[in-house]
Design a protein around this ligand. Structure first.
Ligand SMILES: Cc1cc2nc3c(=O)[nH]c(=O)nc-3n(C[C@H](O)[C@H](O)[C@H](O)COP(=O)(O)O)c2cc1C
Length: 329
């Protein structure tokens, strides 16, 4: 669509935001030795041979003059874990480097750690572009890490994830209205069953049912837990079976009554040493299964999957986050 109407700056910004980018921090050292740094998403590749990259700097930046004079600068492509760092380097004029561990780069450029990639550059050219200056840099050195990148889209931070090649075509030709293989309940349910099937042999070895394992694992979250707390946490998952499972754990010597029921409060339960030992053994076995699965999925997608499942839980089970009151007694 073309338009000759005057450009509305807010709408223009919004339209530019449709272009998803990574997030970088550009650093350099001012002539007086002060470290410079700012968050930038105008970074892009220019040429492979010679290796050139570009980014643009607002004329209004407090470090504008210093960046224009700097011969060397570094582009840090941020990882998904560095959103805080991005926010810090987007604040005007603060001491952005305080408390950070740095490496020394070419010409003394301050280099940040933990990034998805770093490019050390020498300014090849600068061009005026409206209210920005475009820097083109020759890449002198770079390094990279297999880590999920931070993404910026529509004015917000986002995750990047690979698409499943099978996504483009339907996996099977279902009639409209039937439960297709992309039905959320199917995907979640089957994933859960197949995932848990890999953990179950460890439970069987320990002589525990699924329900007893859920309750045992829940008892590790707080030093003391009442039967009501447990039942509330298990609502919709175990319901009345949680009381049976708790009783079985007490009989096995894995849990005990810490304070009996009174007229004003119900009984509280705690793990015994044997119960804690068994729980820790099973939780570490479950985490080993998780690592194997997530390794096959890939670290970047594992981060995205967990983020999306957390969001899904807040949508369909808003109480879930507050359920266990982690750390309280
Ligand atoms: C995701 C994101 C991308 C940004 N991209 C740019 C950019 O490409 N160029 C720019 O000049 N400022 C950009 N900014 C704004 C600067 O980071 C911000 O103005 C910073 O405070 C400038 O610092 P200074 O004025 O202390 O130099 C971006 C900010 C964010 C949050």
């Amino acid at each position: 669509m073309t338009t000759t109407a005057p450009i509305d700056p807010t709408e223009f910004r919004r339209a530019l935001g449709a272009f998803a980018t990574g997030v970088t921090i550009i650093t350099a050292r001012a002539a007086d030795g002060t470290p410079l740094g700012m968050t930038v998403n105008s970074f892009n590749s220019v040429s492979l041979n010679p290796p050139l990259v570009l980014w643009s700097l607002a004329n209004s930046s407090l470090s504008f003059d210093a960046f224009c004079k700097a011969e060397y600068w570094a582009v840090h492509v941020l990882s998904a874990e560095q959103q805080e760092l991005s926010a810090r380097f987007a604040r005007r004029g603060e001491d952005k480097f305080s408390g950070l561990e740095l490496d020394a780069g070419i010409g003394g450029i301050p280099l940040l750690r933990g990034c998805a990639a770093r490019f050390q550059c020498r300014t090849a050219s600068q061009y005026q572009g409206g209210d920005h200056v475009i820097f083109i840099g020759e890449v002198l050195a770079f390094d990279r890490d297999e880590t999920a990148p931070l993404v910026f889209h529509g004015g917000r931070y986002a995750h990047a994830t690979r698409r499943d090649p099978a996504e483009a075509k339907p996996r099977s030709a279902h009639l409209a209205g039937s439960f297709g293989e992309d039905f959320l309940g199917y995907l979640l349910g089957r994933s859960h069953f197949r995932f848990f099937a890999q953990i179950r042999p460890h439970l069987v070895e320990a002589g525990l049912s699924d329900e007893e394992f859920y309750v045992l694992a829940s008892l590790t979250l707080k030093p003391l837990m009442s039967a009501e707390d447990l039942a509330a946490g298990m609502e919709g998952v175990l319901d009345e079976q949680s009381a049976d499972a708790l009783r079985a754990l007490v009989e096995r010597g894995f849990a005990r009554v810490a304070s009996p029921a009174s007229s004003t409060s119900s009984a509280s339960y705690e793990l015994t040493d044997a119960g804690r030992g068994c729980a820790l053994h099973l939780i570490s076995a479950a985490k080993a299964v998780e690592s194997q699965v997530l390794e096959r999925l890939g670290h970047a997608d594992a981060v995205v999957l967990k983020s999306l499942l957390n969001r899904l839980l807040t949508v369909i089970d808003p109480q879930a986050a507050a359920l266990w009151g982690r750390g309280e007694t």
